[in-house]
Design a binder for this molecule. Structure first.
Ligand SMILES: Nc1nc2c(ncn2[C@@H]2O[C@H](COP(=O)(O)OP(=O)(O)OP(=O)(O)O)[C@@H](O)[C@H]2O)c(=O)[nH]1
Ligand SMILES: [Mg+2]
Length: 695
């Protein structure tokens, strides 16, 4: 591939609700540009960007893929992102690497929940964007309907720059509203015939063009005045104003196409080249000085020192680990040194390449604004900044969401525990939205992620790469126990006199509840050496061990203060062990008297659903013992904030999907521990007993 300067690069992320046609569109654009010679399809598993075996099998994108192409003097780096929010980590990474986004909308389904969600992300990332209404060749395709929905959701500044010619199977071309001509496609879609706008579309095209010009004119006072006075605007003036409106995120142009037929690709590439931002349009990027943590900015410019953000890490079976990065400033050459500001480690760069799907295209230099990949770095993972050692800089974190679903994992074959845990930990670097946790309270290994599919795929990769199969189950709730009242002078005496040397330990303890989160406090209040100093650590140890299994249902005890107030010893028979046992006995007895209770984790939950589902969702949250804390409206959606016990949330992502026909989503994070209501506690205690008996 030729070398391109920063201003000749366009980094554009293809985003959408799942299945709107991003991967097919990437394929069509690659084909039209000549980067590939055969138009692959998702159905046959032959697309450039869905090359992973899991992607081919399921016909959905799982990993963000890079797809560079050349079009009339510019290099377009397409980033094909996953539409399923199970893989939102890759979407967020891509949006950080891109300078603009193409929001793909299905002409049949129109605006979907995923469309709204990606739109919100693009807003958060301040990216200019265009909209492609795709699948115009499908039965029931409805451009006007989709457009109306887009304007209803995202405002009147969503303005078409193209109109489709022909409907459904008859879809055969489009009207270019800027240049006032008709573009007709045939065959493989590469050939475009330029014609006059068909008679029956002229009035509509003129009216739509008027709206476009009005929107553009509003970008500049002078132009607006000229427009309002009825003067005709020059083509060049319109283009400038339109481009400015797009870059300032005030105009969202709408284009048309049918990716599967490769109709509309050429005009879309022209539009990307002419109107979408180059890396230099981005101005400054926020970051920090890693040493002080102070905020700073970096100009997106080749003249500045080198800084790049790693937005994706992939374990390639042949090459090993591959890091995808976007250079924001300076440039990078093969066989050089960089500094990882997050890990505070130097890294040696070997070969540099661009990736087109899975294919490596070697690069001699990666300039500011370009996206590339490097293999075999030692320490670098997603979210890290690579920079010039002499000029440190660190990008702000990508901000990955917390997991929404968890499963306990257990190897199918006994003895594979180590393999499972080391295999799973490998995925942590690759995928920051995946979490792995060992929960000592329940003695389980728990994996958490963004959805069932997300975890299913991780498990399937674990089997492929590390040859271990696992079973997934609902994780046990990490309950805890505490006390609610104070007790004083609880006695614990351990005395044995059986031949030889006996055992003697004797203590009195005071127990008191501590505020939540305080854990455990121990105080030695012994006077006059009734319990000799050398045995006090053993007393504390005995209590700590007893706290690992509380008296209610065997869960760890927290938030208890214990004072050692009295006791006695025997000069010959006393030992550390004897005092440990005596202390544990006293603690258990004391706990029983101190109104012990069971605590459960409570989660902060935020559910976002279309208004129509509000009632059902609130009712359902109530039945899960949830407490609704508030409702905010977010566009056409309602966001319900609630606190819900973890025990009630395990299958929520699945239930929510079925309650809302896939239109609802939620986030969840740990909030605090709270007392389990008596009726529920009874069941938990019974279950714990049954479990114990099984062992
Ligand atoms: N008729 C028709 N089908 C299309 C068109 N574009 C895509 N499809 C089909 O729609 C389905 C989904 O297409 P993809 O390209 O995988 O969509 P995607 O947005 O990449 O999907 P995810 O990555 O999973 O979100 C496939 O069966 C495609 O063949 C189109 O323009 N017309
Ligand atoms: Mg896809």
């Amino acid at each position: 591939m030729k070398k391109y300067s920063s201003e000749a690069i366009r980094n554009i992320a293809l985003v959408s609700h799942g299945g709107a046609g991003k991967t097919s569109l990437a394929e069509a654009l690659l084909y039209t540009s000549g980067a590939i010679t055969r138009l692959g399809t998702v159905e046959s598993g032959t697309t450039t960007t869905d090359y992973d075996p899991d992607e081919i099998k399921r016909q959905v994108t799982i990993n963000v893929a890079l797809a560079p192409l050349e079009w009339e003097g510019v290099k377009v780096n397409l980033l094909d992102t996953p539409g399923y929010f199970d893989f939102v980590g890759d979407l967020l990474g891509a949006l950080r690497a891109a300078d603009s986004a193409a929001v793909v909308v299905c002409a049949v389904s129109g605006v979907e929940v995923g469309t709204e969600k990606v739109w919100q992300y693009i807003e958060d990332f301040n990216l200019p964007r265009l909209v492609v209404v795709n699948k115009l060749d499908r039965e029931n395709a409805d451009f006007e309907g989709a457009l109306a929905q887009l304007q209803e959701h995202f405002g009147p500044r969503v303005v078409p720059v193209q109109l489709p010619i022909g409907k459904e199977e008859q879809f055969k071309g489009l009207v270019d509203l800027i240049d006032e001509k008709a573009l007709l496609f045939s065959g493989d879609g590469k050939k475009v015939e330029v014609q006059e706008i068909p008679e029956d579309l002229r009035d509509k095209a003129a009216a739509m063009r008027e709206k476009l010009i009005e929107a553009a004119a509003e970008m500049e006072d002078e132009l607006l005045l000229k427009y309002l006075e009825g003067e005709t605007l020059e083509r060049e003036e319109i283009l400038q104003a339109l481009r400015r409106g797009i870059l300032e995120r005030k105009i969202f142009p709408v284009l048309c196409g049918a990716a599967a037929k490769n109709y509309g690709s050429g005009p879309l590439l022209d539009f990307i080249k002419n109107y979408m931002p180059s890396p230099l349009d981005r101005g400054e990027i926020e970051g920090i000085l890693p040493e002080s943590g102070e905020k700073t900015v970096r100009k997106t410019s080749p003249e500045e020192p080198f800084a790049a953000l790693v937005f994706k890490t992939l374990a390639d079976p042949y090459v090993g680990r591959i890091n995808y990065f976007r250079v924001f400033s300076g440039s990078l050459r093969p066989d050089s040194q960089v500094y990882n500001a997050n890990k505070e480690k130097s890294e040696r760069i070997g070969q540099l390449f661009s990736m087109r799907g899975k294919n490596q295209l070697p690069m001699e230099e990666v300039v500011a604004g370009d996206i590339a990949a490097v293999a075999k770095l030692q320490h670098t993972a997603t979210g890290d900044t690579l920079c010039d050692r002499g000029s440190l800089f660190q990008f702000l974190p990508i901000g990955f969401p917390e997991p929404v679903i968890s499963f306990a994992v257990e190897p199918k074959a006994k003895g594979d525990e180590e393999k499972v845990s080391s295999g799973l930990s490998r995925f942590l670097d690759e995928d920051p939205t995946f979490h792995l946790e060992r929960r000592p309270e329940t003695r389980q290994m728990v994996i958490s992620g963004q959805g069932e599919l997300h975890l299913e795929i991780i498990v399937s990769r674990l089997a492929q790469k590390f040859g271990v199969e696992v079973n997934l189950s609902t994780p046990k709730v990490p309950y805890k126990e505490t006390i609610r009242s104070t007790v004083t002078r609880v006695e614990g005496k351990h005395k044995k006199q059986t031949g030889g040397r006996g055992q003697y330990g004797h203590v009195f303890l005071d127990l008191e509840p501590l505020p939540p989160g305080e854990g455990f406090q121990f105080e030695d209040k012994i006077f006059g050496g009734v319990v000799p100093k050398q045995y006090v650590p053993a007393v504390e140890k005995g209590i700590r061990e007893a706290m690992e299994e509380g008296v209610v249902a065997g869960y760890p005890v927290v938030d208890v203060g214990v004072k050692l107030v009295d006791g006695s010893y025997h000069t010959v028979d006393s030992s550390e062990m004897a005092f440990k046992i005596a202390a544990a006995m006293a603690f258990r007895k004391g706990m029983e008297q101190a109104k012990p209770v069971l605590l459960e984790p409570i989660m902060n939950v935020e559910v976002t659903v279309p208004e129509a589902f509000m009632g059902d969702i609130m009712g359902d949250l109530n039945s899960r013992r949830g407490r609704i804390q508030g409702v905010d409206s977010a566009g056409a959606l309602q966001k319900i904030r609630a606190q819900v016990p973890m025990a009630e949330m395990f299958k929520y992502s699945i239930d929510l999907r079925s309650m809302t026909q896939g239109r609802g989503f939620f986030t969840m994070s740990f909030s605090h521990y709270e007392e389990v209501p008596p009726q529920v506690a009874e069941q938990v205690i019974a279950a714990a007993r049954a479990e114990k008996e099984k062992e």
